[in-house]
Structure formats: structure tokens, C-alpha cells
Design a protein around this ligand. Structure first.
Ligand code: GUN
Ligand code: ZN
Length: 450
């Protein structure tokens, strides 16, 4: 495409090392690259630096405007958190001493009930959006609460700070031990319709609604059917939880005796689509994984949460062998860290624990886990035509990483290869190393002064 026959203008040009994943390579390292981003936030070109002069003529940018990455810097795709409860951020890092069903009734529902108060919601939601962006989460798939107006506030904040987000108003009409924290079936349907309508009306480019039945034990069969209809009629994403712990799986058997499995519950209510992401799935059978593959539904692996509230250990290798789409999630606050770097580390820990139990188990590599946090997450959210790696035409969602920041968490030694630099960042790095964050070409970190 020639600059003369297009309206695209170049907004940023970077020169240096890019690290990303492709369907064929878990880590591809591109040296001496120039990457251009157009004024629509899309990647316009990725070429070798030797062609920089002709590129500048073709695209009409000044070589003096190029952002030059240093020896210890690289660009990587932004990370995709496929499952996070924005509403639970206030108690992240606490309350990890009970198993799931007791944990929900004791800690979670009483806190989520507070989001009727929009000032409370605004305070927590501002903090979670800023914290996750600073930690390199360019896309988040959020659970909010049952409150429509507070959920709209979350959407507004994600848009304002520039995070790409799917936002879910939570739906639940039964089995809550906190009486004020559930809705009637009709209220739930009406408020879900209102939430979707209001959020779509804002026309945020990168913030969209996601239909969110909390999980089968919180929803009547008629509510699940309504939500399946709403998702289908509006072509929307769906998110929920599945097979997180064994007690929950047993409860679902008693609540839905006509269904063959937990997965069958969602299948029968038309909630398994190619835009569905289900969190956890620790105890799914191979037969259920087959249903995920057939329907194109995805799993969000949330290892910090799975260990922190003793739910189970998902065998990611088995899920990948079944060709089921899989991304990583922090599952704040069942997971105690809002950082996707932590989600990658805990994914490796769980995989290694499975190898300790069974030496035949093929442990995940750090390269595979890097792919799950980026391209895998984009596939799990069916956004891989738009984000996930560096391909011309995709949106530029990216992190500028510097592993050699003053007083940073990483020590370097002479002669370390780029792959080693990536491995050190994934295992030892933190938000100090993420010096710039871009979403759809807009620089969102460091935060603007105001
Ligand atoms: N299952 C239903 N609701 C929740 C929740 O808020 N957190 C987790 N980890 N599991 C759930
Ligand atoms: Zn969750």
C-alpha cells in the first residue's frame, strides 16, 4: 500500500527487537525490525531496519521520530486476562482460607452487594483498571456484579483509561446465602437487556458487553435459557465458570439431574458458542472437552485461584491435545495476583506439579505459556483476528519491556541471548519493567498526568 493512495498516516514507528507468538512458533524473535502503527491503531508494516529509509519515504514519517529500543528492550503483545472479577479487587490478597462454595457466601457475595453504591464501584473499578493496565493487561474479560449501573461504570472506566475489555453484568437468581445479593428471574433478564443496550449505545470502540451467568448453581434453568437467547440474538460473548471444584460438580448433578454433565447444562441452554469462555474446568472429562472443541468454546485457566482456594489442577496439556482454545486468567480475587505474569508463573508451577505426580506428563514450556498469555488469550476470546500478536492489519496492543531498569527486579550477566532475556522477564519481571503500554495504538501507560 502506498502512502499516496491511502489516508493512513503513521502514528508510531519502533525500531528494535519484537517477541511474539504465531500459530507455528510459541516464541518468534524478530531482530532489527521497524514496526509502524497507523493513526487507526493498526500495525501498518513490519520490516527489516535496513529498509528504513525507503519505508520513511513510502509512509511519510521522519526517521528522527522513530522510537529506538535499547539493547535490553523489546516489544511484546499486550497480555489478555481472560477471567477477572473487577468487583473482587478490593479484597485481593486476602480471604483464601475457604473452599469455593463457602468462600462465595462468606467473602464474595457480601462484598459484591456493596456495588449498589456507585462511589464504591467507581473507586474499586478505577483501581483495578489502572493496576491491570500497569501490569500489561491490554485486554480484560471482566465480571462486575449484578448491578447494571455499576457495571456501566466499569465499562466507562475501561474506555477512559484505554483498556480493551469485555464487561459482564453478573446474572444470578438462586442459591445465594446473602438475601440482598440476587435478583428475581424477570429483573435479571430486564437488567441484562438494559445493560447490553446501554453499553452498546456508548459506542466504545474497544469495550463490549459479555453475557454473564455467574455459574450453573446460581442460575435457574429458565434464566440460563433466557441468557442463551440474548447472547444468540445479539451475537455476544458469553462467560461463566465450570467444574472448578468437586463439591460444585456434585451440586450441579443434583441441581440439573436431566443433564449428562456440567458441560451439558450449558450446552442444553445454548450457552456454548464460539464466543464462550468458561473459567477453570479443572474437573472436566475428556467427553466434555470434546463438546468444548465441537462448539468452539474456550477455557480460561486460572492457576493462582485453583491453588489458592484448593479447587484443583487443570491439565492444560490435555486441554491443548483436545484442540480446545485456552487462555490464562488471574481470577482476582480467588487468585491473589492481578498480574498476568503471575498467571504465567502459576501455570508453569501447576504443570510441574502434574509432572511430579506423573513423570509421563509433558510439562509446559515457558514459551508455550507466553503464547497462552497473549495469542492464546486472544483466541479464547475470539479476538485473534484483531489482537494477540504482531501481524500487519491487527491492532497494535503492545508492551515496551525493559529488563534493565534502574533498581529493577532483574540482574543481567554478559552474553545473555534474547530468549534468556524473555525467560528472565517472565519469571522475574514486574510492572517496573513494563515501561510503556499501547492499546489499539494509543499509549495508555505511563498514565497521562491528569
Ligand atoms: N464460581 C462462581 N462465582 C465465582 C467467583 O466469583 N469466583 C470463582 N473463583 N469461582 C466462582
Ligand atoms: Zn471467577
Amino acid at each position: 500500500m502506498n502512502r499516496n493512495d491511502t489516508t493512513a498516516r503513521i502514528a508510531h514507528v519502533f525500531s528494535g527487537t519484537l517477541m511474539h507468538s504465531t500459530p507455528r512458533a510459541a516464541v518468534e524473535i524478530l531482530h532489527n525490525c521497524v514496526l509502524g502503527v497507523d493513526d487507526k491503531g493498526k500495525i501498518a508494516f513490519i520490516e527489516n531496519h535496513r529498509d528504513v529509509v525507503s519505508l520513511s519515504e513510502k509512509w511519510g514519517f521522519e526517521t528522527s521520530d522513530i522510537k529506538q529500543l535499547g539493547q535490553y528492550e523489546f516489544l511484546m503483545p499486550g497480555m489478555v486476562d481472560t477471567h477477572i472479577h473487577a468487583s473482587q479487587y478490593s479484597y485481593t490478597g486476602t480471604a483464601l482460607d475457604l473452599p469455593l462454595l463457602e468462600w462465595l457466601n462468606t467473602y464474595t457475595f457480601p462484598v459484591e452487594a456493596k456495588y449498589k453504591d456507585l462511589d464504591f464501584a467507581n473507586n474499586v473499578y478505577t483501581k483495578v483498571v489502572r493496576r491491570t493496565l500497569k501490569n500489561g493487561t491490554t485486554t480484560a474479560c471482566y465480571f462486575a456484579t449484578i448491578h447494571t449501573d455499576a457495571s456501566l461504570v466499569l465499562g466507562e472506566l475501561a474506555d477512559r483509561f484505554g483498556q480493551r475489555a469485555l464487561v459482564g453484568k453478573v446474572c444470578m437468581d438462586c442459591n445465594s446465602a446473602v438475601p440482598q445479593y440476587k435478583e428475581s428471574p424477570s429483573e435479571c433478564k430486564e437488567e441484562t437487556d438494559r445493560f447490553i443496550k446501554e453499553l452498546l449505545k456508548k459506542e466504545y470502540t474497544n469495550v463490549k458487553p459479555v453475557v454473564t451467568p455467574r455459574f450453573a448453581p446460581s442460575c435457574s434453568s429458565s434464566l440460563l435459557s433466557e441468557l442463551g437467547e440474548i447472547a444468540k440474538n445479539n451475537k455476544l460473548h458469553v462467560q461463566s465458570h465450570i467444574s472448578e471444584n468437586k463439591e460444585e460438580v456434585e451440586l450441579v448433578k443434583t441441581l440439573f439431574p436431566g443433564c449428562r454433565s456440567y458441560t451439558d447444562v450449558y450446552l442444553k441452554h445454548n450457552l456454548l458458542t464460539e464466543r464462550t469462555v468458561m473459567a477453570h474446568g479443572c474437573h472436566l472429562t475428556d467427553e466434555e472437552l470434546e463438546l468444548f472443541r465441537e462448539t468452539g468454546s474456550a477455557i480460561s485457566h486460572c492457576p493462582n485461584s485453583n491453588i489458592s482456594i484448593c479447587s484443583g489442577m487443570l491439565n492444560v496439556r490435555n486441554v491443548l491435545n483436545h484442540k480446545v482454545k485456552l487462555g490464562l486468567g488471574t481470577d482476582v480475587a480467588g487468585g491473589y495476583s492481578p498480574s498476568m505474569l503471575d498467571a504465567m508463573r502459576r501455570t508453569l508451577d501447576t504443570s510441574k506439579a502434574l509432572t511430579i505426580q506423573d513423570p509421563q506428563h509433558k510439562t509446559l514450556s515457558f514459551e508455550e505459556v507466553f503464547r497462552l498469555a497473549t495469542l492464546g488469550g486472544s483466541e479464547a476470546l475470539s479476538l485473534d483476528d484483531q489482537i494477540g500478536n504482531f501481524v500487519v492489519g491487527k491492532d497494535f496492543d503492545a508492551l515496551r519491556v525493559n529488563i534493565c531498569v534502574p533498581d529493577g527486579p532483574i540482574d543481567l550477566f554478559p552474553g545473555e541471548a534474547p530468549k534468556v532475556i524473555l525467560e528472565k522477564f517472565l519469571n522475574l519481571g514486574d510492572d517496573r519493567n513494563i515501561t510503556e503500554v499501547y492499546v489499539a495504538g494509543r499509549q495508555v501507560v505511563p498514565f497521562p498526568d491528569k
